[in-house]
Design a protein around this ligand. Structure first.
Ligand code: EPZ
Length: 420
């Protein structure tokens, strides 16, 4: 089990470049299945979730080749048996996005339940209801799911009971090769969705409305594959901005798209941070006064992202005054609270969806764990501002979504050792 050893408190200094978005890269890999041509994915991050999804599609018969450190070629024509590997799938919840393209291309797929991760049981009812609305038959046996549709999927109208990011992407990809038109209602609007749609349309798909709550897709016989460029990771961007403010540092964040992270950045400014941004850069400067507390409620995009909830909680533990954090998306995303409290934060769990934070309380280095990847980066931020040594266990969770984090932060003058 790998761990990080972080010496704090440390001010950061310098520039950090944002990598490609994990939550687009995984869907681009799934999209490679829609075409029988070789696909190139550029600006793709080298992270564990990408490695896991590559293993899963290679197990199906696809061939993935790293042409450079951030450029991946995928040839999916070798896929024959769309039976997702029951050992690999539970290692990656988001492998569920494969079922849309596999059904669109091969008319059948079977998979074990894609497992939760530690933020909740993560049901797949939306996927089942959506795909059956396209004419797919399914049955469940010994906790595995079998989907089948002889012939092409049939376009239809489907309303999501509530916005689901991967549900929207899975249905959008399934509909690309369906017979006739599909209308998806109450879709998620996260920026990775229009970015995926833009790529698919550049290869011959006919998708309208991606990025809004209603997406319509005109089915086509086939699409080409070409090249897909992954957009900058807005959650990495927000994580580094919160890190810069929490350590009261002077840092630059480059190769990012601040507008896709505008609400968190504006909130940092409202708290009193000295932060400015332009088209593809953010600058953070130290301030003399303590930040003041604000209340956070996570929401679907463009609201405050649930993936920045944990890093923000660490920052709020250092702000003057009391604040509350209301997690409305996932039912179990405060697993990290005990670790932050162990380090000295004054946090009360009002109920499973809401915490109140009394700032500002100094943090002290402790031995802690990272239950999920976003809590993991929150623990790194806590370690950078705490007095003394912090050891974070289970950093595979961090490696899932942040490429080469230790080296990149040490470039910024952090003091992080990695122990295997
Ligand atoms: C995506 O997860 C992201 N993952 C998550 O990022 C992100 O936190 C989440 O969207 C919300 O923005 C990827 O894109 C790979 P949802 P997703 O379906 O699509 C419930 C990270 O750290 N739901 O929008 O799985 C679900 O339980 C990860 O990068 C059902 O009830 O999230 C949740 O409460 C974490 N039934 C809510 O909907 C279903 O069939 C929103 O989930 C599917 C989801």
């Amino acid at each position: 089990m790998s761990s990080f050893e972080i010496s704090g408190p440390k001010k950061l200094e310098g520039e950090i470049e944002v990598k490609g978005a994990k939550n687009m890269a995984l869907k681009a890999i799934a999209a490679s299945i829609l075409s029988d041509e070789p696909m190139i994915i550029s600006n793709i991050p080298r992270i564990e979730d990408v490695n896991r999804l590559i293993e899963i599609i290679e197990d199906l018969g696809a061939v993935a080749t790293w042409e450079t450190d951030s450029r991946l070629k995928i040839e999916s024509q070798g896929i024959s048996k769309p039976k997702l590997n029951e050992k690999l799938v539970p290692t990656l919840r988001s492998s569920i996005v494969l079922i849309g393209p596999l059904l669109a291309r091969f008319n059948e797929v079977s998979l074990p339940h894609p497992g939760g991760c530690s933020i909740g049981k993560r049901p797949i009812d939306v996927f089942i209801d959506g795909l059956t609305s396209l004419g797919v038959k399914y049955y469940c046996k010994n906790d595995s799911y079998f989907f089948k549709k002889p012939g092409r999927l049939e376009g239809n109208r489907f309303r999501f009971p509530k916005p689901s990011v991967t549900g929207t992407e899975t249905m959008m990809m399934a509909a690309v090769l369906a017979e006739g038109a599909t209308a998806l209602i109450n879709c998620a609007c996260e920026p990775e969705i229009p970015a995926l749609a833009e790529y698919l349309n550049s290869q011959g798909a006919k998708i309208k409305g991606a990025g809004t709550h209603t997406i319509t897709i005109e089915g086509v016989e086939s699409i080409s594959a070409g090249e897909c460029k992954i957009i900058p990771d807005r959650i990495e961007t927000g994580s580094f901005a919160i890190m810069g403010v929490a350590t009261n540092s002077r840092i630059g964040i480059t190769n990012c798209n601040p507008l896709q992270c505008e609400l968190p950045l504006t909130m940092l400014k409202d708290m009193g941070a000295d932060i400015s941004w332009g088209k593809d850069w953010i600058e953070i400067r130290p301030v003399k006064k303590k930040l003041h507390a604000i209340n956070i409620s996570t929401k679907e995009y463009p609201g405050f992202p649930t993936d920045l909830q944990a890093p923000m909680t660490v920052l709020l533990s250092q702000a003057e005054g009391n604040s509350s954090v209301f997690e409305t998306i996932f039912e179990d995303r405060f697993m990290y609270i005990d670790s932050i409290k162990k380090m000295g934060a004054d946090i009360t769990m009002e109920n499973p969806q809401k915490i109140t934070i009394k700032g500002a309380h100094e943090l002290h280095g402790k031995e802690v764990e990272s239950p999920d990847l976003r809590a993991g980066i929150a623990m790194v931020i806590a370690g950078l501002i705490a007095q003394g040594e912090t050891r974070i266990g289970n950093i595979y969770q961090i490696d899932r979504g942040y490429e080469n984090l230790q080296a990149r932060l040490n470039q910024l003058n952090a003091d992080i050792d990695r122990h295997e």
